[in-house]
Design a protein around this ligand. Sequence first.
Ligand code: OAD
Length: 239
Amino acid sequence: MDNSPGTLRTILEAARIVAFTGAGISAESGIPTFRGPNGLWRSFSPEKLASPEAFADDPRLVWEWYDWRRQIIHKAQPNPGHRALAEMEGRAVGRFTLVTQNVDGLHDRAGSRNIVKLHGDIWQVRCTACAVQEQNDQVPMDPLPPRCRCGALLRPAVVWFGEALPADAWGRALEAAAQAQVFLVIGTSATVYPAAGLVQVARKSGARVAVVNPDPTPADQLAEWVLRGAAGDILPRLL
Ligand code: OAD
């Protein structure tokens, strides 16, 4: 099997492509990742900040953390990695799906369109009582915690530990992974399930897997191409 980067480039010109991204693609935009030496989970406890129990205990504390992250993201710009994926989609309209674990919205801002957001969107809020879910771009958030027109607390429309992924997004991701001919695993530690299981689904369904990451991940063993380096360097070169 020819696993040179040139072959990957050729395949990308015609194949059904899924790009599966994680926090690493936004690292070069200055947004902290979760794991690793400077990762958010080194300084913060997921149970205390990103779980339904934490929100029930102290909604203000949880919102302060999300507001802090929203402020960082608000100042950030999409980087060459995000832009390369938007361009790849432009060349492969109808055969390209971006499945992301990121909630930061930088893929949208870079111009990607066919996006499946597995872990929600930090710029959306959802009522804890009624059916309201809406965009909220206020930075900083005021008041904190915010309330719905119905009076109940609003929460970030993101997936917390112990919660299921949004069913429609998960369904679309599974279908895209099963139909992919090339599955790009970009900037993710590939350790958080069920999302990480998409790599196996794609592989078992016959996709050729490529990993883009400066560090080893469990997805490497399923990959024909392991491209070591920053997404912002490697993805523009793949085009
Ligand atoms: P992680 O923080 O677990 O992993 C980030 C990955 O990005 C690591 O493998 C890094 O080596 C890699 N990386 C760092 N800089 C990079 C760069 N410039 N280019 C490419 N890769 C780079 O983040 P995720 O895999 O996204 O879930 O984490 C998955 C989920 O765990 C998140 O969506 C979040 C978290 O808890 C929820 O909040 C539900």
